[in-house]
Design a protein around this ligand. Sequence first.
Ligand code: BG6
Length: 485
Amino acid sequence: MPNAFIIFGASGDLTTRKLVPALYQLHRKKRLPAGTQIVGFSRTRFSHEQWRAHLGESTSRFIGQYFQQSSWDEFAKSLYYQPGDVSQAADLESLAGLLDQMKAGAGGVRVYYLATAPQFYETVVTRLGGCRRLADESQGICRLVIEKPFGSDLKTARELNEIVHRVFNEHQVYRIDHYLGKETVQNILVFRFANSIFEPLWNRNYIDHVQITAAEEVTVGRRAGYYETAGALRDMFQNHLLQLLTFTAMEVPARFDADLVRNEKVKVLQSIRPFSPEDVAEATVRGQYAGYRNEEGVAADSQTATFAAAKLHVDNWRWQGVPFYLRSGKAMSCRTTQIVIQFRQPPHVLFPDLARHKNEANRLVIHIQPAEGMQLHFLTKVPDAGMKMRLTDLEFRFDTEFPEAMPDAYERLLLDVLAGDASLFARSDEVELAWGIVDPIRMSWERTGLPDLAIYEPEAWGPIECQKWLWEDHREWLDVCPVLK
Ligand code: BG6
């Protein structure tokens, strides 16, 4: 059955950098169902041939050694382009005409992919609803993929959900969080639920706290237009960090089924203790890297947080009393996303040296990226030194175990959309709950100005205030750039 991807925002960065390279890689690996057609729609006036040439050049640049001219030439035959403006009903009619002529998705799946700037989501969805030939399922199944950000707060996310649901049923809607397409993120579920020795320890009886860090070396660069209104909370917390938290904290679903998996994630989000304004001053840190205000497009007195940290409590039987510390920032020491499961100290100090290793109880470090793997830290006796101890580790690396290059997150997600598997996509209630967690923090920051915005030097681990904040809890961040041996 032929399938079709119709990409709105086809001349944009996401299409060029991610979507088309991922579709091409799937084609190269022979995973893209035969006959799949890709139709780009945006205002730039490309012909089919010009779009193909433009994408050929960019795709070869982005995927480097995996680009093969002959397989690209074959793939490029499935690329089509329709110039148009989503605000013009007539342009959508022209698109519908092209799709009818191509029999795009007839008898298969027609995927509408919103890769436009978010302010156009509503228009595109409404236009799709307004053009019967587009959203009508009599010819084949229709699905809608929406990129982040899904709304900018709870109110706008609810409104967007309502607009989307006027045209599409929830089971047709795929809200992307590309973190869920990462192999190392999916591996959290496999690690927890396909092995029997970790899950019995995965609770308040053995775990002291959890740290989730998404540090980036890059600065905001030329994205200030977006970032000034987003900041770290909207950009990284509401989506990626909370997704990592749900995978870490969720209960095992009865089956690996989209709704059962998402029900469990929703329960975690529902269990997160809401913040009062007083809590926010104590339980969060906000920072801005020195020099941010000199970036192009940034206000001279900008209060935007380029770094945020928050202590969350998951109020349920498994996690009561186990804080989850989340942090994310730009312009930090190195790029690393990692989850640290810090286990408790043994209940009884048998060896005197143990006292010196107070913050070195067992910990499991789940390296999401760029190192991909895991480390289990444990104390070992130093030979020939009495009962002196040292922290050592067991290590697993994806790249030594599986030498094939890791696929890009979008490859898996795009295939899942075609297959109708929404397990790795956010459901409407999930997105709204996540905003409901992040909104009070942001509103309290804006209203009270507390905690103070801490300025930090680039290439550090965020503001020193964040280190001190954890010391006050008698805990310490694991600040290491992840060099798996
Ligand atoms: C995006 C954010 O969602 O994720 C960016 O908008 C951020 O600001 C990016 O840089 C990080 O993604 P990754 O996959 O590089 O960790």
